[in-house]
Design a protein around this ligand. Structure first.
Ligand code: SDX
Length: 374
């Protein structure tokens, strides 16, 4: 048995070819390509192909993947009926978790854990999750879901399904870049959950349900919503100093900061900070960027911890018109690619993931009949 390490900090639990993180240098690489290059030159669909297949696609291969995604966006009627039954007050991540679990019952290959079927389900789930999120958003507002379009890419189609308007191309490109940045990230908690589930040879929908349930937590994917709630509570740039100094004095967690692996700036935050500045200026909402920058100055100075992917995501998603409690579902719309890529990698060379626990409880106690207990 190895020594107990709380939170598995630094423990290597798998070998993977999907993404490489250098926490000291602040580097992230997907299948050999630096995240900055991909965020600049690539698209979410191309990154999905790269993560699933290990190389960049030819144009024909990319067009075929886009076609596959477009064909699989519509939800089965039975699944939409289940979405309609949800209370409008349900937490969106609870709605997404439940809907993905239910989606298995309408997928003819749900119980087929072969690599070939799992690859097809990876595409179907990547296509369906944005539709589930947008449909739930409209239903809870008392509006009819908007059917997905086949002529728009993933990001543009999500914004269309949420608003009914074909989005400004710059806004669609911003969401596309957000999706690129969040697509995969090594053995983060939700990916680990997906791999543990796959390790028992449970199906893809079970693994993704585990992952969504795990992402929901505020220490993980739920931090982007909490970060935006903090920006809204602060409200104005001149209120930042009092708020942050009080929060730090009260030992509160500043959501969107710190990371288990990055001990310098998260390279995704570098890109998202620039995107936040550009988008906030374009939308005439520079205060969200200014508040964020001041928070960053104070927290990095006082605590020597840096913004992670969830901090500047907050202002980016907010000015793109995403409702604040849909921020973590947006994270899931991207990370579904990484989760499914890890499921496929686990399946290809599987061994049950079953660690040990160090027992620190009592031993050799004598059983006392209930009538003789104090
Ligand atoms: C994501 O793993 C991934 O890759 C995840 C992710 C991905 O792409 O999948 O990158 C996405 O989940 C990003 C993280 C989002 N979460 C948050 O922003 C929540 C706030 N962050 C923290 O709770 C924390 O930084 C964690 C959970 C992210 C990391 O926690 P660790 O590694 O367990 O570190 P820790 O809690 O032991 O903290 C170490 C020290 C502590 O100080 P001391 O108590 O020892 O004096 O740093 C302090 C903490 O108090 N600290 C913070 C802080 N984060 C750490 N103090 C204030 N605010 C924070 N945000």
């Amino acid at each position: 048995m190895s020594t107990f390490i709380k939170g598995l900090e630094g423990v290597v639990v798998a070998q993977s070819q999907l993404s490489y993180i250098d926490g000291q240098a602040g580097q992230l690489i997907y299948r050999g390509y630096h995240i900055h290059d991909l965020a600049t030159h690539s698209s979410f669909e191309e990154v999905a192909y790269l993560l699933w297949n290990g190389r960049l696609p030819t144009r024909a291969e990319l067009d075929d993947l886009k076609h596959q995604l477009a064909l699989n966006r519509q939800l089965p009627n039975g699944l939409l009926a289940i979405l309609r039954s949800f209370p409008t007050t349900a937490a969106p991540m609870a709605a997404l978790r439940t809907a993905v679990s239910a989606a298995a019952m309408f997928d003819p290959e749900a119980e087929d854990v072969s690599l070939e079927a799992s690859r097809r389900k990876a595409i179907r789930l990547t296509a369906q999750i944005p539709t589930i999120v947008a449909a739930y958003e409209r239903l809870r507002r008392g509006e009819e879901p908007i059917l997905p379009r086949e002529d728009l890419d993933q990001a543009a189609n999500y914004l269309y399904m949420q608003t009914g308007q074909v989005p400004d191309p710059e806004n669609a490109r911003a969401l596309d870049r957000y999706f690129i940045l969040l697509a995969d990230h090594g053995m983060n908690a939700s990916t680990f959950a997906a791999r543990v589930t796959t390790g028992t040879l449970a199906d893809m929908h079970s693994a993704i349900t585990s992952a969504i349930a795990t992402l929901k937590g505020p220490l993980h994917g739920g931090a982007n919503q909490k970060a935006m709630e903090m920006l809204l509570e602060i409200g104005q740039p001149d209120k930042v100093d009092d708020y942050i100094k009080r929060a730090l004095a009260e030992k509160r967690r500043i959501m969107g900061f710190g990371h288990r692996v990055y001990k310098t700036e998260d390279p995704r935050a570098t890109v998202l900070r620039r995107m936040s500045k550009e988008l906030c200026e374009k939308m005439g909402a520079t205060k969200w960027y200014e508040i964020s920058r001041r928070i960053e100055e104070l927290v990095t100075t006082e605590k020597k911890i840096y913004p992670n992917v969830d901090f500047y995501s907050a202002s980016v998603l907010y000015v793109l018109g995403i409702p604040v409690d849909l921020f973590t579902p947006m994270f899931a719309c991207s990370r579904i690619v990484g989760w499914t890529a890890h499921v496929l990698e686990q399946l290809a060379d599987n061994r049950l993931i079953r660690p040990r626990a160090e027992y620190v409880g009592p031993k050799d106690l004598t059983y006392v009949p209930i009538d003789e207990r104090g």
